[in-house]
Design a protein around this ligand. Structure first.
Ligand code: BGC
Length: 305
């Protein structure tokens, strides 16, 4: 794994904007910010399932594909690694087997589109299969999708995850295909969720919570260290690298807690040899001032220093 520090361009290519109305969402200043932070990769969550026909082999809309290709090209040409996934395909996240045909059709197309792209383009099979997905079913589906991708992309790096929202503790149930060394395990870390997601309007459980802090007590820190050890064990068992693909605190929390948490989680990931990809550049968990080309400096420092 030749990359280590990165950021999600979250809530851009997965927003529910119809294909006709969808406009290229990457702003020129993103490149300056990303360079300033010294990141070496970005993750591009993409809602392919929303921009395809549900007949005709689930053909992905050409205009949408062109927008994604433009973004990938812009980042790769500047030397960044780009993690490209299937994001927010809700039915598949809850019940992957029921959506196998569509998942295969999507991956056949995506894999074909990017097959001649630089090896800096990395595929991630799917974002966050939920707790409803059966771990064994998901494992079968994920491994089958890898075999689909391998027909056109025999050596491209592919990220794989477990159920429970790419859960850290679900990684142990991910049994990768043997003899494929171009795989990377990925997990998301938002613990404690009541802290990271307090006041998040989209969450019925956490939307009314506020004023929860993360003090960085020995107990809080040790919990994080112990939890991530699970991913390290998986990494050693299968001889594959691991990426912390999402972590961050929703903007409602106090800035000091956000900074302490972000810095500690990032450092713990690095101490285990994982790469990290912060959630996110310019939306709810952002390191930028809202839609402005300036960093929220304390948070950015916590992430990169
Ligand atoms: C989702 C985002 C959400 C974030 C934090 C991501 O996987 O796609 O919509 O803001 O997790 O909950």
């Amino acid at each position: 794994m030749d990359f280590s520090k990165g950021i999600n361009i979250g809530d851009h290519f997965e927003e529910l904007i119809t294909t006709e109305k969808f406009e290229y969402p990457i702003k020129d200043w993103y490149f300056d910010i990303i360079k300033k932070c010294g990141f070496d990769h970005i993750r591009l969550p993409v809602n392919w399932a929303y921009h395809c026909e549900d007949y005709n082999g689930y053909r992905i809309d050409k205009k949408f594909v062109a927008h994604v290709e433009r973004a990938v090209t812009e980042f790769v040409k500047r030397g960044y690694y780009v993690i490209l996934n299937i994001h927010h395909f809700r039915e598949a996240a809850d019940d992957p087997k029921s959506q196998l045909e569509k998942l295969v059709a999507l991956w056949e197309q995506i894999a074909d589109i990017f097959k001649d792209y630089s090896d800096r383009v990395i595929f991630e099979v799917m974002n966050e299969p939920t707790w409803r997905a059966d771990p064994q079913d998901w494992n079968e589906v994920q491994n089958y999708l890898i075999s689909v991708i391998r027909k056109t992309n025999p050596t491209r790096q592919i990220m794989i995850c477990g159920v429970d929202y790419s859960g850290l503790f679900a990684l142990k149930d991910v049994i990768p295909p043997k003899d494929d060394k171009n795989l990377i395990g990925t997990f998301h870390y938002y613990f404690p969720v009541e802290f990271t997601h307090q006041s998040a309007p989209w969450s019925p459980t956490y939307k009314d919570l506020h004023d929860l802090h993360w003090e960085g007590t020995e107990e809080e820190k040790q919990w994080c260290v112990n939890a991530m050890l699970e991913a390290k064990k998986w990494s050693e068992k299968y001889g594959l690298p691991v990426n912390l693909g999402e972590f961050g605190v929703y903007k409602a929390a106090d800035m000091e807690s956000r900074c302490r948490w972000t810095n500690f989680v990032k450092n713990t990931a690095l101490s285990y040899g994982f790469s990290f990809t912060y959630w996110e550049l310019n939306r709810n968990f952002a390191i930028c001032e809202k839609n402005r080309p300036s960093l929220i400096q304390p948070l950015a420092d916590a992430l990169i220093k």
